[in-house]
Design a binder for this molecule. Structure first.
Ligand SMILES: O=C(CO)COP(=O)(O)O
Length: 254
């Protein structure tokens, strides 16, 4: 209903060296899907953004464009922030998207909703399309707080600067990431509906068609069912995006 072109985004996390480019090239060659049916993106480590963007940036007659994204950016445009990378730098390297607020950044690097919102603004200013991650922990789900948690994350992580801009939200339950566990299809539908409501509440009708991706242990075996759930606009794939054959299966499950 909301969004006809689904997005399948691979998050390589801190995996991938230059030798991985061969696998990624094989992946692109195998993606015989029309660009209208699915948007495919890969978010490699920052060191691979430029070579992957130049390798995949242009559609050939028999291969879809694979868009390239970063996995994080600093909220400032430049300055004394040793080890950090700005949204402009990602864009300059060829990225068109950026994952922001991933639970591994929130838990491991102390990122708050306010930090994420500042990064989103920086990404938009640089012309990047943010993919904003939210999701509850197992403790929060067990306490019956999953919906309240994601709604609070939406309210805190989505700045008004998003109104009218292209972006996506990814619902990634923390307990489903890298564990092989997934919510039931009913639970995914319930949370996506709550996210939609919160997004429209925060940003207005502009957010009625924004894609809401699901992420957390998506694999070739469960992708078709998950992608068929009401208001699932695509998938954010971790481990299975590192294997070209698995990632292609997920793309074909759309
Ligand atoms: O964190 C994720 C994508 O951002 C999901 O990771 P897995 O697909 O490995 O569970």
């Amino acid at each position: 209903m909301k969004q006809s072109v689904k997005m399948i985004v691979g998050n390589w996390k801190m995996n991938g060296v230059s030798a991985s480019l061969d696998e990624a090239r094989a992946l692109q060659a195998a993606l015989q899907v029309g660009p209208a049916a699915v948007r495919v993106a890969l978010c490699p480590p920052a060191t691979l953004i430029a070579p992957m963007a130049s390798a995949f940036g242009q559609a050939t007659s028999n291969a879809a464009v694979v868009e390239i994204g970063g996995q994080d950016c600093h909220p400032a445009t430049k300055g004394a922030f040793t080890g950090s990378i700005s949204a402009d730098m990602l864009r300059d390297a060829g990225a068109r998207l950026v994952i922001l607020g991933h639970s591994e950044r929130r838990a491991g690097f102390g990122e708050t909703d306010t930090d994420v919102a500042a990064k989103v603004e920086a990404a938009l200013t640089a012309g990047l399309e943010p993919i904003i991650c939210i999701g509850e922990t197992l403790e929060q789900r067990k306490a019956g707080a999953a919906i309240a948690v994601v709604q609070a994350q939406i309210a805190g992580s989505l700045p008004q600067a998003l109104v009218g801009r292209a972006f996506a939200v990814a619902y990634e339950p923390v307990w489903a990431i890298g564990t092989g566990l997934t919510p039931t299809l009913e639970q995914i539908a319930e949370v996506h509906a709550a996210i939609r409501e919160a997004m429209v509440g925060t940003l207005g009708e502009t957010a009625a068609t924004t894609p809401i991706l699901y992420g957390g242990s998506v694999n070739p075996g469960n992708a078709r069912k998950i992608l068929g759930v009401e208001d699932v606009g695509g998938a954010l794939v971790g481990g299975a995006s590192l294997k070209a054959a698995d990632f292609i299966s997920i793309v074909r499950a759309v």
